[in-house]
Design a protein around this ligand. Structure first.
Ligand SMILES: NC(=O)c1ccc[n+]([C@@H]2O[C@H](COP(=O)([O-])OP(=O)(O)OC[C@H]3O[C@@H](n4cnc5c(N)ncnc54)[C@H](OP(=O)(O)O)[C@@H]3O)[C@@H](O)[C@H]2O)c1
Length: 344
């Protein structure tokens, strides 16, 4: 299908991810027949500009799905649970950025560069899930390595920016930094503790074994996307940066690791940029990845034994970690023989 023939929806259009989806679609020249924007009732009636045209934001209701052939949803898991049911969406294809459907066996969980083949057949529930932003960054690097060296175990420590908690996360860090300087005082609503000038070693609810939601997602989603036999254990940390997530990985493989082979694989991996000359102070930093499509990797070095290596990964969590990945899925889907417009 040509994009010009389609009605495309963006659910959560006023949020950090929704706005980035619009920006990326615009920069890729994607001009649908009509773009429909939805958010909560608080934003209904506001406008957002797309390719020079003002579009009114509507409140998301079940009627929204009758107007669109395909939609990218980034409005939180509660919205996914309530609205993205097969009965309400009928056959509209939904690409969902939230965690609600990610582990559903009838919902493909897709990073196009890693398991884009999952899009070759129609999704059973008409829903395709976008993985968690840290999982995407990690698997962009580990997917191609797994093909050659068979990854068995990963130990990950993440350094995650406040935009991972949406617009309100960005606002909380901003206002705390200002008020700490002005009055030495601060308020917190979004994060459990002060995030300004701090690091918080829990992201999401803890389970009975003491692992957070975010940490469990990395393991479960890796198994679903790459290989059920890979074990991932993580410590996910919120840090006072605005955009971009960093990750330190210790990776153990079935094959013996030749570190030059790892570098070679990474330098040829789609969507990955290897920046690795630490003796010249060259390694990926957050400001490299902000606003960029690629995932940046560096500090490639031997691990604890002959089968292991270390890696440092940074990626733009709002972009490749959410919006870009969803737009790439949309671009794939509309070229599939199984995809047919509902509205147009
Ligand atoms: N930020 C990231 O790095 C990232 C990465 C991967 C996945 N995600 C996921 O993407 C989703 C959105 O994240 P975000 O960072 O964009 O959050 P956000 O900035 O808080 O935006 C949330 C969006 O959802 C809308 N919304 C809230 N309640 C709604 C309702 N009842 N009906 C319709 N729309 C509603 C909001 O509309 P109003 O403006 O009207 O309130 C807003 O457009 C979350 O599920 C998040 O987990 C985020």
């Amino acid at each position: 299908m040509n994009i010009e023939d389609l009605h495309i929806g963006i659910i959560g259009a006023t949020g950090v991810v929704g706005q980035q989806v619009m920006e990326i679609m615009e920069s890729r020249g994607l001009l649908p027949k009509q773009l429909h924007l939805a958010a909560s009732k608080h934003s209904a009636g506001e406008t957002r500009t797309y390719m020079g045209k003002d579009i009114e934001v509507e409140e998301l209701t079940k009627d929204f799905f009758g107007q669109v052939d395909i939609a990218i949803a980034s409005a939180g898991s509660k919205v996914s649970e309530k609205f993205l049911t097969p009965e309400l969406i009928h056959h509209t294809v939904i690409i969902d950025n939230c965690s609600f459907y990610r582990m559903d066996k009838d919902v493909p969980l897709v990073i196009p560069e890693v398991n884009g083949f999952e899009l070759d057949r129609a999704p059973a529930k008409s829903i395709i899930a976008n993985p968690n932003c840290t999982t995407i960054g990690m698997l962009m690097a580990l997917g191609p390595i797994h093909q050659q060296l068979i990854v068995q175990q990963v130990v990950c420590s993440s350094y995650q920016s406040v935009s991972g908690a949406g617009q309100k996360g960005i606002e909380e860090l901003s206002s705390q930094v200002q008020s700490m300087f002005q009055t030495g005082d601060y308020r917190h609503h979004v994060f459990d503790h002060r995030i300004a000038f701090n690091c918080l070693p829990v992201i999401g609810a803890l389970d009975e074994d003491g692992f957070s939601d975010e940490e469990r997602k990395m393991d479960r989603e890796t198994k679903k996307i790459l290989d059920d036999s890979i074990a991932v254990t993580s410590t996910c940390v919120r840090v006072p940066t605005f955009i971009g997530h960093g990750m330190s990985l210790h990776v153990k493989c079935e094959e013996e690791v030749d570190i030059n082979e790892v570098r070679e694989i990474l330098s040829n991996a789609p969507g990955v940029k290897l920046i690795d000359a630490p003796e010249q102070n060259v390694y990926p930093i957050l400001t490299d990845c902000q606003g960029q499509d690629d995932v940046y990797v560096g500090r490639v070095r031997p691990g604890l034994d002959a089968h292991s290596f270390h890696l440092w990964v940074v990626s733009d969590n709002v972009r490749k970690g959410a919006a870009l990945n969803a737009v790439q899925i949309l671009e794939h889907v509309i070229t599939q023989p199984w995809f047919g417009p509902m509205v147009s």
